[in-house]
Design a protein around this ligand. Structure first.
Ligand code: F3S
Length: 641
């Protein structure tokens, strides 16, 4: 049988199920990665399960997300993480040594292996032909505990690349073009597999820009073949032994096909506030810019930095523009310094930050009130920068740098310079001392600051839900809407009682108090509820505030899994028009005594008397978690024996 590359990768790790589309399958992951923000829940869960050693070949912890350290909270979290990872057998990167996805690609990614990561942009590793999937902190805990990871076998979309990118039209424009065509929901239930002669024109860093931001289509993951470029990349990191060639068989069958001629691409830009709000750059040329941020796991590999330096060299950024750079890793910094690129960038007037997420997740470098911020990040969700009124545009590093020079959105192709010809070095500088090996000592007692609170107990679900609709929401509610990003909130992510005081405040200031007073409730939403990040606090907060069920037109994959893990019942309308039959404050009743996969339930609107058919997209296993009050309760029982 002729196989796609995706099918080959899944087969490598498959332990349950088959390649039949739409069926539930289970894989055992070869590798896991975690970052400090989501991992707090991972380790608190593992502590409550009393696991003494991880059961996976390779697990790597990064400390890159929560770096503000405005008081003791973040550093306390980092110390706790360093101790518990050492005890459990997890390799840990030193704080602030690089953004997890790029560091993992540089030091640990292996073609053909599978990677489950506690962050939605884990999918970046698809650039090196890994099967890489992002999950929430609790699913990470399960993977570390050696449990099978389940998901629905996705459809496989062939993204056929032909031609070659023109000068100053870099890889970011490829993924913006994909988003322009299929939108933020277009990848749901699918894996995007890149093929065609255009693939060999892209190096691994460019490929990972594309797979990384493929997350914004809602796809399970994206993947590129492993070829000569991959071998050269691995060799440059002294890891050529990890190379193996991997590609789809000739004649493999795909479920859908997208064709992109790279030679015909022009610079694109995403307008506020969604990554698929894309127009040609020419539509917005001349728009005044207040801030430029170059950085994030999507776009600060060495080739990006050299390209920015090439544009800024010998110039000074516009007086009205505040520009900052977050490089991706320590190696990228050192290589850029060695080549003089950092000097070109600094002397042009760019502020240099640490190699961390920083401004990307609202943890620094927030724009001014009503500010227009041009960013190379993957997301421009409303409020994500920390400034609610900011207008964030997403673009390539080249567009960002050119616009910084002129203070208005500028096409880099109009500059009187040549594009760089980037060549991968024979060997990157050695930065392997970033990583600290675990001691595996059972005597370690993790240092635990006062802000770190245990996971609150979760009650089992009763046989009938009869609750008030506390919120009726529109389409595309993001995890940022539910659990705010920003420097004010990140340090309390390990303190659910405190964090829950801010749940949904971006859409309704009164929600936390109303939920507390009501003692429970239901949320109604439109399409794609929970899109965005893997942050499971966006499920834990509503659960902690008493939300029993969310009835939506559709759910984002990662958030759906998080809701099930934490005991919130996801329901969809059999007839989407029934969304109109529910108003805020209505009382809804549902029999939850027998939760069954694919079952159609009758929801009774006690306020209007109407009956509405709903069903749950959750699997039977997930419905069992929900009934038990959350997966943690079931796993605890299982481990007890
Ligand atoms: Fe960090 Fe932003 Fe990437 S938060 S992991 S740099 S999307």
């Amino acid at each position: 049988m002729k196989l796609t590359l995706t099918e080959k990768l899944i087969k490598n790790s498959l332990v349950e199920g088959s390649l039949e589309r739409g069926t539930r399958i289970g894989i055992k992951a070869d590798q896991a990665l975690m970052h400090d923000l989501n991992a707090m829940m991972t380790y608190l869960a593992l502590e409550s399960l009393e696991l003494d050693k991880v059961k996976i070949n390779l697990a790597v912890q990064y400390i890159d997300h929560n770096m503000m350290q405005a008081d003791f909270k973040n550093d306390d979290d980092h110390r706790y993480i360093q101790d518990i990872t050492s005890k459990l057998g997890i390799i840990t990167a030193r704080p602030g040594s690089g953004i997890c996805h790029q560091l993992h690609l540089e030091h640990w990614g292996i073609p053909g292996k599978s990677l489950i990561g506690g962050d939605s942009h884990t999918v970046a590793a698809g650039g090196i032909a890994m099967l890489s999937i992002g999950v929430g902190g609790f699913d990470s805990a399960m993977v570390l505990a050696g449990e099978t990871f389940y998901f629905t076998m996705p459809k496989i979309v062939k993204v056929e690349l032909t031609g070659k990118l023109p000068p100053f039209v870099s890889a970011k424009n490829i993924i913006l073009e994909v988003l322009r065509r299929i939108g933020v929901k277009g990848g749901v239930g699918k894996i995007l597999e890149y093929t065609g002669p255009g693939v060999k024109t892209l190096n691994v860093a460019e490929r990972s820009t594309i797979t990384n931001m493929g997350q914004e289509t809602g796809a399970t993951t994206s993947v590129f073949p492993s070829d000569e470029n991959t071998r050269q990349w691995l060799r440059a990191y002294n890891r050529e032994k990890d190379y193996q060639p991997l590609e789809a068989d000739d004649g493999a069958v795909y479920d859908e096909v997208i064709k992109i001629n790279l030679s015909a691409l022009e610079p694109l830009i995403a307008l506020p506030h969604l990554p698929d709000n894309i127009v040609p750059l020419s539509d917005v040329l001349g728009t005044k810019v207040d801030q430029v941020m170059i950085g994030s796991c999507t776009n600060t590999a060495l080739n990006d930095i050299l390209s920015v330096a090439n544009i800024l060299k010998g110039n000074t950024v516009h007086k009205d523009v505040d520009i900052g750079l977050y490089p991706s890793t320590r190696t990228v910094i050192r290589e850029s310094v060695m080549r003089g690129a950092y000097d070109d960038i600094v002397s042009a007037g760019v502020r240099i930050f640490e190699p961390i997420c920083g401004g990307c997740n609202g943890n620094g470098f927030a724009p001014k009130t009503d500010g227009i911020s041009l960013r190379t990040t993957p997301r421009n969700f409303y409020g994500r920068t920390g400034t609610k009124t900011a207008q964030v545009y997403l673009c390539s590093p080249e567009v960002a740098a050119a616009s910084a020079l002129y203070g208005v959105i500028t096409d880099p192709r109009t500059l009187d310079i040549d594009d760089i010809k980037y060549e991968l070095p024979e060997r990157f500088l050695d930065d392997s001392n970033i990583f600290v090996m675990p001691s595996l000592s059972p005597d370690i007692v993790p240092r635990r600051g006062p802000n770190i609170k245990p996971i609150p107990p979760m009650e089992a679900m009763e046989d009938t839900i009869k609750e008030k609709v506390l919120l009726k929401l529109d389409d595309d509610i993001t995890t940022d809407h539910i659990c705010p990003a920003g420097a004010k909130y990140l340090p309390i992510r390990s303190n659910i009682p405190e964090l829950s005081k801010h749940g949904f405040k971006m859409v309704d200031e009164t929600f936390p108090n109303r939920a507390k007073e009501a003692g429970g409730g239901i949320i109604v939403a439109g399409e794609n509820y929970g899109q965005g990040s893997s942050r499971e606090q966006a499920a834990i907060i509503p659960r902690y505030l008493g939300i029993k069920a969310v009835i939506a037109k559709s759910f984002a994959r990662l958030h759906l899994a998080n809701m099930c893990n934490w005991g919130i019942l996801p329901l969809t309308f059999v007839d989407r028009r029934d969304y109109e039959k529910i108003s805020s404050e209505d009382i809804l009743e549902l029999d939850t005594s027998n939760l069954k996969e694919n079952k159609i339930y009758t929801l009774v609107n006690k306020t209007t008397g109407e009956k509405i058919s709903v069903q749950s997209p959750a699997s039977q296993d997930e419905l069992n978690y929900i009934k038990a009050g959350g997966r943690i309760n079931l796993v605890k029982e299982k481990l007890k024996g």
